[in-house]
Design a protein around this ligand. Structure first.
Ligand code: SD4
Length: 325
C-alpha cells in the first residue's frame, strides 16, 4: 500500500515534468504560477542564521545580484567557528578529518558543487568557481582542494580545538546516532531572489558529525540538497541527507511548484514522501525551505525544532517551521 501510494505520487510528479499531464486540478495546485508581488529582495535560510541572512539581504538591497549575495551570505556561517556543522570549527568525520560539501545554482540553471573537501573554509565560493571556471559540475576531495589552491584559496586548518575535544569524547563510545537536535543540524541552505527577479541558491555543510570517511550527504547534490529554477522557484534541505537523496527532495519541491503547488504544500509533500518510506515515526530530522518566483515561502520538517530565517525590511527574522510530528 505504502509503495503504491509512493509510486502514484511519483507518477504525478513525473507526468508534470514531461509535460504529458499536469497536477492542475489537484487540491494543492493552482492554475497559473503566481506573479511576483514586489521587487524587494528575498533571502531565506535554514535554521537560525541572522547574520548570514542580513548579509545577503542587505547586499541585494544595494544592488548585488542574488548569486553573489547568497555566496557571501553563507560565507558568514562558513567562517563562524561556533557553527559546528559548517566551515571552520565543524565536526569531523569519525577519523578526525573535517570534510566539507557545498553547491551553488544560479538563475540560468548553471550549477557547481564540491564534496569531501579538506582545508578550505569557503567551499560555496569554490563551488561557484567549479560552475564558472570548469567544464564540470562536481569536483571531489583532493581534486577540489587542489583546484581551490589554483584559484588562490588559502589552506586553513578546519578542526578547531573544541571540535577535536568533542570528537575525542565521541570516540570513547563511537556510537553513530544522527540525533534530532540542532548540534547535528546546522547546515545552511540559502535561497535569494534579487530585485531583478533572479533566483540563486547555495547549500554548505560538513555533513553529519562522525560520518564515515568519504561519506557525502545531500547538501552538494543538485536536486537533493538544492534546486533552483528561475521560472518556478527554489528549495533547499537540511537534516539526514540519505533520506533527502532517496527522494530527490529539492527537485521534487520545485517540480510540485511548477505544477501549481504553493511552496508550503510542496515542502509538506516532500516530507510526506520521506515519511511514506518509513514505518512509524522516524528517529531522524529533515527540514525543507522553499520560495517561488512570486516571493511566497514555505518550510516544513519531520520533527519540531527546525526553523528558518528570512530577510524582511532590513531585519532577519527567525521563524519556527511547522512539522509532521
Ligand atoms: C548531510 N544534510 O550531510 C546534511 C546534514 C545537515 O545540518 O543538514 N546538517 O546529510
Amino acid at each position: 500500500m505504502k509503495r503504491r501510494k509512493f509510486f502514484g505520487q511519483m507518477g504525478m510528479a513525473i507526468s508534470g515534468f514531461f509535460g504529458i499531464g499536469s497536477l492542475h486540478g489537484h487540491p494543492h495546485s493552482r492554475n497559473t504560477l503566481p506573479k511576483r508581488l514586489s521587487d524587494h529582495p528575498i533571502s531565506i535560510g535554514t535554521w537560525n542564521c541572522p547574520d548570514a541572512i542580513l548579509t545577503s539581504g542587505q547586499l541585494m538591497e544595494g544592488g548585488t545580484p542574488s548569486l553573489e549575495a547568497v555566496v557571501k551570505g553563507v560565507a558568514v556561517e562558513e567562517a563562524n567557528e561556533n557553527n559546528t556543522t559548517v566551515g571552520i570549527g565543524a565536526s569531523p568525520d569519525r577519523s578526525g578529518r573535517v570534510t566539507l560539501d557545498a553547491c551553488v545554482m544560479n538563475s540560468n540553471g548553471d550549477c557547481g558543487a564540491v564534496m569531501a573537501v579538506e582545508n578550505i573554509v569557503h567551499v560555496a565560493r569554490l563551488a561557484q568557481h567549479v560552475m564558472e571556471d570548469t567544464p564540470h559540475v562536481n569536483l571531489v576531495g583532493l581534486g577540489a582542494e587542489e583546484f581551490a589552491y589554483s584559484k588562490g584559496f588559502p589552506k586553513t586548518q578546519l578542526l578547531s580545538m573544541a571540535a577535536e575535544k568533542r570528537w575525542k569524547a565521541w570516540l570513547q563510545k563511537s556510537e553513530f546516532t544522527p540525533k534530532i537536535n540542532v548540534e547535528n543540524h546546522d547546515t545552511i541552505g540559502m535561497l535569494c531572489l534579487d530585485a531583478q527577479g533572479k533566483l540563486s541558491g547555495s547549500c554548505t555543510t560538513s555533513g553529519l558529525a562522525y560520518k564515515m570517511k568519504g561519506r557525502v550527504g545531500d547538501s552538494p547534490i543538485i536536486g537533493s540538497g538544492l534546486f533552483v529554477d528561475n521560472q518556478v522557484g527554489a528549495a533547499t534541505a537540511t537534516g539526514l541527507g540519505e533520506a533527502v537523496i532517496k527522494t530527490v527532495g529539492s527537485f521534487l519541491i520545485v517540480e510540485l511548484m511548477r505544477n501549481g503547488w504553493s511552496p508550503q504544500k510542496a515542502c509538506e509533500e516532500a516530507i510526506g514522501r520521506i515519511l511514506s518510506q518509513q514505518t512509524g515515526k522516524p528517529d531522524f530530522q529533515v527540514g525543507f525551505i522553499a520560495i517561488n518566483i512570486a516571493g511566497e515561502r514555505g518550510a516544513f520538517s519531520i520533527h519540531k525544532g527546525f526553523s528558518f530565517t528570512h530577510y524582511e525590511s532590513g531585519k532577519a527574522i527567525n521563524v519556527p517551521s511547522s512539522s509532521a510530528y
